[in-house]
Design a protein around this ligand. Structure first.
Ligand code: CO8
Length: 258
C-alpha cells in the first residue's frame, strides 16, 4: 500500500513505520492519522509481521496534532466527528508489540502517540512535552491519564500546567522511557529490541501485552487474577511445551505461535 505521510518497510518480521511530514515536524494531521490507522491494521493482519517499530525523524517523532488543521474547528465538529478518537482506538486495538523509537520532539499528540506504544526507546536528543495549555487546550488522546500513570501526579501536573519539555535523561529517570541511547544508535537499538521480541512466540508476546496493559485498567486483585488465569491458560499451548522442553534439552526453542 502506498502512503504519502508514512514510510512503511517490512523486513525480517519487523514492520518499521516512519512518520514522514518533514515540513511540519511530523505534525499529526488527519491524513497522517488515517494512514497510520490503515498501516497498523495492515501490519496487524500480515502474518509475517511479529513486531512494529514506530519512529519519526531525527528532529521530531511528532510535534503534536496539526495546529493549522484543527485551529478553526468548532465543538460540534470535534464532538460529532469524534476528533482523534477513532485513530487512537485503532492504535490501541493493535495486539502486536509496538516499540516507539523517539528522537527530537515528542510533543502533545506526539508524546501521547509514543505513550500508546508498548514501550519507548529514546535518543538522547528526545524532548517530551504536553504543551497544549499554551494553545488554550488540553491533551486529547491520553496525555493527562497516561503520563500521570508513568511519571506520577506531581511531574505530570508540572508538564501539563507549565508546558515545559522533559529531556530524554529526565524521561528515563521518571519511568516514561525504557532506554536512552545516543541518537546515532537509536534505530539499531530499537530494531535490536524488535528482533529479540520477534524470536519469541508471538502468541506469548500477545499475552504479555494484554497482561501488562491490564495493570492500567483494573485493580491489583483483578489484574493478578487475570495474570494467573493467563499463566494457567498458556499451559494449553504448544509454545509453552516447546519453550520448557527446549530449556531442559539445552537447545534454542522453535516457537510456532500455537
Ligand atoms: N502543527 C502544525 N505545524 C507544526 C506543528 C504542529 N503541531 N509543530 C511544528 N509545526 C510546523 C511549524 O508551523 C513550521 O512550519 P512552517 O515552516 O510552515 O512555519 C515547521 O513545523 C517547523 O516548526 P518551527 O519553525 O516552529 O521549528 P522550531 O524548531 O522553531 O520549533 C517546535 C519546533 C518546538 C516543535 C515548535 O514547532 C512547536 O512548539 N510546535 C508546536 C508544539 C505543540 O504545541 N504541540 C501540541 C499540539 S496540540 C496537540 O497535540 C493536541 C493533542 C490532542 C490529541 C492529538 C491526537 C493526534
Amino acid at each position: 500500500m502506498a502512503y504519502e505521510t508514512l514510510i512503511v518497510d517490512i523486513e525480517d518480521h519487523i514492520a518499521l513505520i516512519k512518520l514522514n511530514r518533514p515540513d511540519a515536524m511530523n505534525a499529526l494531521n488527519s491524513q497522517l492519522l488515517g494512514e497510520l490507522s490503515k498501516a497498523l491494521k495492515a501490519v496487524e493482519q500480515n502474518d509475517k509481521v511479529r513486531v512494529i517499530v514506530l519512529t519519526g525523524s531525527d528532529k521530531a517523532f511528532a510535534a503534536g496534532a496539526d495546529i493549522k488543521e484543527m485551529s478553526t474547528k468548532t465543538f460540534v465538529e470535534a464532538f460529532t466527528d469524534n476528533l482523534f478518537g477513532d485513530e487512537a482506538d485503532q492504535i490501541l486495538k493493535c495486539r502486536k508489540p509496538i516499540i516507539a523509537a523517539v528522537a527530537g520532539y515528542a510533543l502533545g499528540g506526539g508524546c501521547e502517540l509514543a505513550m500508546m506504544c508498548d514501550f519507548i526507546i529514546a535518543a538522547d536528543t528526545a524532548k517530551f512535552g504536553q504543551p497544549e495549555i499554551n494553545l488554550g487546550t488540553v491533551a486529547g488522546i491520553g496525555g493527562t491519564q497516561r503520563l500521570t500513570r508513568f511519571v506520577g501526579k506531581s511531574k505530570s501536573m508540572d508538564m501539563h500546567l507549565t508546558g515545559r519539555f522533559m529531556t530524554a535523561e529526565e524521561a528515563e529517570r521518571s519511568g516514561l522511557v525504557s532506554r536512552v541511547v545516543p541518537a546515532k544508535k537509536l534505530m539499531d537499538e530499537a530494531m535490536g529490541a524488535a528482533a529479540k521480541i520477534a524470536e519469541k512466540s508471538a502468541l506469548t508476546a500477545m499475552a504479555v501485552k494484554e497482561a501488562v496493559n491490564r495493570s492500567y485498567e483494573t485493580t491489583l486483585r483483578e489484574g493478578l487474577l487475570f495474570e494467573r488465569r493467563l499463566f494457567h491458560a498458556l499451559f494449553a499451548t504448544e509454545d509453552q511445551k516447546e519453550g520448557m522442553a527446549a530449556f531442559l534439552e539445552k537447545r534454542e526453542a522453535q516457537f510456532r505461535d500455537k
